[in-house]
Design a protein around this ligand. Sequence first.
Ligand code: MG
Length: 365
Amino acid sequence: MKITDVRLGMVRVPLKTPFKTALRTVEAVEDIIVSIHADTGHVGYGEAAATAVITGDTHGSIIEAIGKVIAPRLVGEDVANLNRITRLVQTALERNTSAKAAVEIAVYDLWAQLYEAPLYRMLGGGEPVITTDITISVDHIDKMVADSLSAVGRGFESLKIKVGKDIGLDVERVKAIHAAVEGRALLRLDANQGWTAKQAVRAMHALEDAGVHLELLEQPVRAQDLAGLKYVTDRVHTPVMADESVFGPIEVIELIEQRAADIINIKLMKTGGISNAVRIADIAASYGVECMIGCMIETSISVAAAVHLAIAKADVITKVDLDGPSLCAFDPVDGGVDFNESEISASDAPGLGIRAIRGYQPIVR
Ligand code: MG
């Protein structure tokens, strides 16, 4: 199976409700789609989210990185040589992790199709059903409580609450949600870099002293502030998770060695795809550190790849935050992974199982 062509397109899917964090508000998914075509007629699909505030990737940079730099290296390559291809992708240019992720996802899709197995089985196998949390966007307290109760009513047992806007109000938000859903859902807090280290410690002590039990606190401080992250981790009982602070395997080793956080949030758009995500999961497992698998604002194309990885690495990826597809107004993918509220299941179809993408708009270059 040889790669003959790499094509680019876009997909646009409105969100059910706007996604609001301390960093941004998003109304729709608008992602770059990569399809990699083989001489056998097989097609592998990938997707890149343009999350400029986190990875630096934009639609323009993704199109340019794939079209001009990565794709020319891949044409003619034999899909069976997976490690060679991922090395070609990763060494094509610095950073541009979302562009690399989209290409790697499509390559892994083809590679598993070559062996006629679902990707999770090629990555080591596992039980093909996982359970995700759902994001509660930062908003007025009443709205956040109503959204939380609605999510619990739909069967979600873990809520990821976005905070980080105003520290005093944040504590009140979390207390109100905790009181409303106590005993029915686990609460995960994501401050999206919105606090200083000292503010984070003060807020967490206020919550801990009030008897609010939280499963974890995610990325309280700025991405670059590892010392601040460690300051928080050292001083609060709640486990602290690093998200924007860690992208690749080397950063994960540094973070674990410094004990700057307790948990690592793996996202394919940060790692540059599946090869480094596998490395991070294995590094974390070696140290006995747990991981979450997360996503950006993505559809069920790239999130399907994250699902297959999470299934195969379930012993170390113990927390799942793959609610991107359930935030979308509709699922643009025929086939693939089934996203049914909190329950996500992968089928036995080869690769990612994607048959078609509705609303796919080719990019003519
Ligand atoms: Mg996060």
